[in-house]
Design a protein around this ligand. Sequence first.
Ligand code: ADP
Length: 852
Amino acid sequence: MAAGSAIQIPSRLPLLLTHEGVLLPGSTMRTSVDSPRNMQLVRSRLLKGTSLRSTIIGVIPNTSDPTSDCDDLPSLHRIGTAALAVQVVGSNWPKPHYTLLVTGLCRFQILQLLKEKPYPVAEVEQLDRLEQFTNQHKSEEELGELSEQFYKYAVQLVEMLDMSVPAVAKLRRLLDNLPREALPDILTSIIRTSNREKLQILDAVSLEERFKMTIPLLVRQIEGLKLLQKTRKPKQDDDKRVVAIRPNRRINHLPSTAEDEEEEEDHDDVVILEKKIRTSSMSEQALKVCLKEIKRLKKMPQSMPEYALTRNYLELMVELPWNKSTKDRLEIRAARILLDNDHYAMEKLKKRVLEYLAVRQLKNNLKGPILCFVGPPGVGKTSVGRSIAKTLGREFHRIALGGVCDQSDIRGHRRTYVGSMPGRIINGLKTVGVNNPVFLLDEVDKLGKSLQGDPAAALLEVLDPEQNHSFTDHYLNVAFDLSQVLFIATANTTATIPPALLDRMEIIQVPGYTQEEKIEIAHRHLIPKQLEQHGLTPQQLQIPQVTTLDIIARYTREAGVRSLDRKLGAICRAVAVKVAEGQHKETKPDRAEVDEGEDCKEHVTEDAKTESISDTADLALPPEMPILIDFHALKDILGPPMYEMEVSERLSQPGVAIGLAWTPLGGEIMFVEASRMDGEGQLTLTGQLGEVMKESAHLAISWLRSNAKRYQLTNASGSFDLLDNTDIHLHFPAGAVTKDGPSAGVTIVTCLASLFSGRLVCSDVAMTGEITLRGLVLPVGGIKDKVLAAHRAGLKRIIIPQRNEKDLEEIAANVRQELTFVPASCLDEVLNAAFDGGFAVKPRAERLNSKL
Ligand code: ADP
C-alpha cells in the first residue's frame, strides 16, 4: 500500500469519552455531550478552534464521564477512534448539552495521558493508515481469500435488500469502490450489532482478525433476513421494502429500547395507513398517488416537517368519501308535507323545489340545474335548503362564502405551502363523510376578489355539471367526483353575482313576507321554537296575535323574520326569568282561582302582567298562570317602539313624495324631498346617489321644464323657465345609504311638481317607475318587495308602471285587497294620481306663486 498517500492524525488528541455507541472508522455517529469534561472539550476545542486539526478529536468508547468535574477520570478504554467533528449543535433544554456529529477516521491507541483537566488530552499512536481510496487490487492480493469471502457475503447481504431504495443502491456501489479493508468497519456499523460486538471489532487492530470477526456477523444478518423473507413471502415486494428500511431491528430480535418501540409503533401506523389506502375505494389515480406518497413516507425520517405533511395528506385521502354515499329516500308526497310543515307561505319556492325533487325521483342522475334562492335575509332560504336535505335523506353542509376572496378557499392550497390545506368543498366532504350531501353555498353574492385569484372562477368548475365529476383541489392534486353532490346557492341579490356564475344557476326569487304571513310564521314556527329553546311551555307564556303585529310593525322593519325571531327570543328570556323566580314561591292559588283567572284572561292578566314584568319585586303571579304579553309588557321588555308611522307627518309640506326602493334587504319606502332657492339654475343632489339616480333627477327636471307651461308651473319670479334664477336641491333621506337605480324617476317628477305647484302630494300614495325624456313610464323590478314595503308602511295607493301590472299576481290576495294600484304609462297619469283632485292643466292660480 502506498505509504505516501496515508493521512496522519495529530499525535496529541483531546479525548471525548462516550458511553453509548461505538464509533468505528468510516462511519458517522451522533452523540450527546453533557458531562463537564466533554462540554469543556467542545467549548474550548471545537467551538473556539479555527484549524481543521482542531476539529479532530479522539473518541474513547465504553467510558462514562463522571457527572462532577472533580471526580477522578475513570479508566479509559485503550483503543479509540480518531474522529472529525462535523457538526456541533447546542441546546439548553432540558439541560445544557451539545449534540456532536462525528465521523470516524482511524483507530488509535493511547500511549500516555498528558492532562486530565479541564478535559483529557493524550499522546496517541495511529493504528490504521488512512489511505486515499485508490488501489484496491493490492489489498485484494494481500488479504486474498478472506477479503474475497467477506466481499461475497457483503454483496449477498446488500442484494437481499430492496435495490430500488436509493440508500441500498448507493451501498452496493460503495462495496465496489471502497478499499476492502475499510469494509468491515463500515458494514459492522450498518448491520445490527451490539455495542460489545462493535467494541470487539474496534479492538481488532489487525486486518485479518477484523475480517474474521466480521464474517460471522454478516452471516448472521443474512440468515435473519432469509428467515424473515420466508415468513413474509406471500406479501411480495412491499414488505421487502419494509425490511429494506429497517432490516436490523427485525432480524436480530435484540431487546429494543423505548425509543425503538416508539419508532416501531409509528412504523406500524404507516403500515396500517398503507393497508387503509389499499382497502379504501379511492379512484385509481388517487391510489397511485397515495402509494407513491407512502413509499416516500417510509423513507422519510419522522423529524422531517414533510413527514407530518405527507401523513396528514394521506390520512385525508383515506378519510374522504370516495365511494360512500347515503341512499336517497325520496317520496314526493312526503316531501311536500315536510316542506309545508317546516315553512309557511313561500308557495312559489316550494312549488319549484318540489318540481326539482320530482324530476330527481324520475331521473336519478340528474345533471343540473343548480338552484339559487335569491331574497332578503331571514326569509328562510337556508332553512329550505336544510329541508331539501331532510326530504332526500341526505347529509347537509353549509359553506358560507360571504367575504371569501381567495381562490384557495374553494380549491385549497398547494401542498408546497406551509400550513396548506384543502378547500372548503373537500373539507365539507370530509366533514359529512359521504359523497352525495346537499351543499348550501350561502351568500354567493358576497364573494370577494383579491390578488389571490377569483373564488367565483373556482366555483364555476364546482357548479358545472359537465366538469365537476373531476374537480381537482390543489391540495389533493387528484380529481374528486362532485357530480353526486347537490348544490344549492343562496344570495341576497343577483346584481353582484358574476355573470358566468349566474349563468350556471336557476334563480328562484324569495320575496319578503307580508305582515299576515309574518304573524302566521311567528305563531306556527318561531314562537314554539323559542319557547322550546327557553324551556318554556305555552302554559307559561302566551303572545297574542295583536302583540306579534305590534312587534312586526313597531319593533322591526324587515322583509324576513330574523329580527322578529330575535325579539321573540328577548321576550322569552324575560319571561324565563319571571318563571324561574316564580318557581321559588311556594304560594300557589287554589284551582278555582286559576280557572277564574283564565276565563277573563285577556283582561286580568293585562293589568297584573304589566306589573309583573315591570316590577321585579312583585311576584304575586303564580307560575301556573300564563304570562300574557300585551303592549305594556312589550314596552317593558323591548323598550319604546323603534319605528312609528311617520308618513302623514312628513307629507305636510309641498316638495315631498314617497318612492319605493328595492334593496338586497327587501323593499323600502323612500321619501324624496326637494326645495328651491334663489340661484343660478343649479341642481344639487344629496343622499349618496349613484350615477343612474342622478340621471333620473336630470331627466325629471328637463321634463318638468319642458312641460312647465302646460301645467302652469312657474318659479318664484313667475317665469316658466323653472331654473331661471332658481337653484334646486333634491335630497334622499337616510343619506348614509348608497342608492342607485332608475325607479325613482316618477317620484322625483312628482316631488318637483309638488314643489313648483305648491300642492301637497297625497299622503297615502307611493310610487315607482323609470321615466323617459318624453314622459313615458317604464317598468321596473322588485315590484313585490316594493309593494310589501308600502303595505308595511301603511300606505294605501301605489302608482306602478303599467307594464308591471302582471307582477301584481304574485302578491297575496289580502295585501292586494288593502291596496289600490294605479297603473301609469305616462307622467301625466302619475301626476294625476299623486295629487288630490288630479294634476290637470289648470289656469294659473295665485298660490302657484308661493315660495317655499
Ligand atoms: P335566510 O337564509 O334567508 O337568511 P334563514 O333560512 O336563516 O334565512 O331563516 C331565518 C329563520 O326564519 C329560520 O329560523 C327559519 O326557520 C325562519 N323562517 C323563515 N321563513 C320561514 C317560513 N316561511 N316558515 C317558517 N320559518 C321560517
